[in-house]
Design a protein around this ligand. Sequence first.
Ligand code: V47
Length: 400
Amino acid sequence: MRPVEMPVLSTADAVETGHAGMGGWIDPADITDAALRPVAEKVAAGQRLNFDDGMALWNSRDIFTIGALANSVRQSMHGRTAYYNINRHINYTNICALSCKFCEFQRKRGEAGAYEYDLEHIYRIAGEVDAAGATEVHIVGGLHPWLPFAWYLEMLSGIKKRYPRLHLKCFTAIEIDHFSRISKLSVREVLEALREHGLGSMPGGGAEVFDDRVHDAVFKGKLRSDGWMRVHRTAHELGIKTNATILYGHVETRAQRVEHLLKLRELQDDAPGFQCIIPLSFIPDGSELGHLPGNTGLEDMKMLAISRLMLPNFPHVKAFWIMQSMKLSQVSLNFGVDDLDGTVVWYDITKREGGSGNKHQEQTVEDIRRLIVEAGYIPVERDTLYRRVIRNGGNWQVME
Ligand code: V47
């Protein structure tokens, strides 16, 4: 991981550009697609959108109006701020008891390409991350068939003991459910134990698409939507912040995407604790669904914008550039996105173009800030809990 250097561009550069991209309130009378006018009126009035509104957005080709609507919400929540973080992803094993069709990452033990990191290796990576000045490690992996729950606890406490300032954002709901089964503890007890050993928050992976038919076609054997939501609800009840995802662009319908977002909105109303939604653009290469075409750029922009519009109770919409590409992530800042993840460094689960090779996928802070400024926004480094980071090279502290 490259050490963090002082950024070349500052907030003043963004202010000097004098524009904040699209946004501002839109006069419904100016909208050419008549089907979007009632949606625009609701957005302007701060009313929640329903299923039909979500479908009207999907069925419209008026991409600029959709972007401007999403951006009006984004601007009212975050103004011209665009967040990013300095992190590293660690995927501790690709050995997985499941065989989801969409996943090119998973391997069986002994199969070519299967790997598992030992604890010393993980501590070494965490040491590099800490020395480089990152604020977060994001740790997820396959459902390893033999590792005991104690191994995961030791991993967390071992990192925390050595590098106490690193935030540990770890384990999807699928892994938490797996730990519950191997340890014979309840989900609540598992989360409490993980927190005692250093867990800071949970990522949003594993949600895929909340539809049992799609689930059985593509992720059979994986935790179903009710189980995913139970884990996140329990985490929120315990005060553990989490994120949410949707994996789009495989066999699901657009209606199922809207339903997925509505289920997330409902859960956030009932048991608040989600920090952001991360729409993950399906990358077919190398998976059993490799014959599918993948999403187009406009589909990606619509998914991000519609997520912003359907989820007003989610503070942030994050573009994970690994999925949407860096260039589209920059464009997405004008389609409702306010947050970019992150420096990443190494990501084993997917890679756009040349996925089977080296998974070193790193962005520098300079490049992230440059693309934010060029889009007309003010780059703000955040920590995992969205507190502002005050940085001097590798030294940093958060503003409470
Ligand atoms: O759960 C797997 C997805 C997820 C593919 O919470 C794929 O801050 C596209 O959840 N094409 C892991 N996606 C990534 C994830 C995430 C990433 C960044 C930030 C956060 C956060 C969460 O990736 C998996 C799965 O849904 N995935 N295979 C694929 N071929």
